[in-house]
Write a protein that binds this ligand. Structure first.
Ligand SMILES: [Zn+2]
Length: 153
């Protein structure tokens, strides 16, 4: 039997893991790795599957239309300006009150169809103009939060 690390003949070899690779090594080379503990029922570690969030950043990027930064706040302010409760807004756009709250907290990115409904109901603009997939800054100035606040003064 040869040690798989130094190649030396050895009567007793140890099964160790060196840099993630299982090897048979001599007592000298054993110290370079972690000894494999042989259990009767060697269970493989459970690999947790990564389930992407329903509205992950990738989804955002894959959408043709992007929402304005701070859209949740824009919706909330506009709704308050309109003297509407979350319940009322929810009823108008066909969403639950809890969903409206999540949207306003930006915990939930509403589908484009819902965004359009919100735009209509609150008379606001939530989509940024995207030309050729690139947001052109400085162009097509949509209603910002600042505009909304000034309106109220
Ligand atoms: Zn060795």
């Amino acid at each position: 039997m040869r040690c798989e690390v130094c190649g030396r003949e050895s009567s007793k070899l140890y099964r160790v893991i060196i840099e993630g690779v299982e090897m048979l090594v001599c007592s000298e080379c054993k110290k370079f790795g972690r000894e494999v503990v042989q259990k009767k029922s060697a269970k493989h570690p459970v690999i947790k599957k990564k389930t992407p969030a329903p509205y992950s950043k990738d989804v955002f990027q894959n959408m043709d239309k992007d929402l304005l930064p701070g859209w949740g706040e824009i919706i909330r302010k506009a709704r308050e300006n309109a003297g509407m409760s979350r319940q009322e807004l929810g009823a108008k756009i066909g969403e639950k009150t809890g969903t409206v709250a999540k949207i306003e907290n930006e915990e939930l990115r509403p589908p484009d169809a819902t965004v359009r409904k919100i735009e209509k109901v609150l008379k606001i603009k939530l989509f940024q103009e995207i030309k050729g997939g690139v947001v052109k800054k400085g162009e097509a100035k949509p209603l910002t939060l600042g505009d909304l606040l000034r309106k109220n003064e």
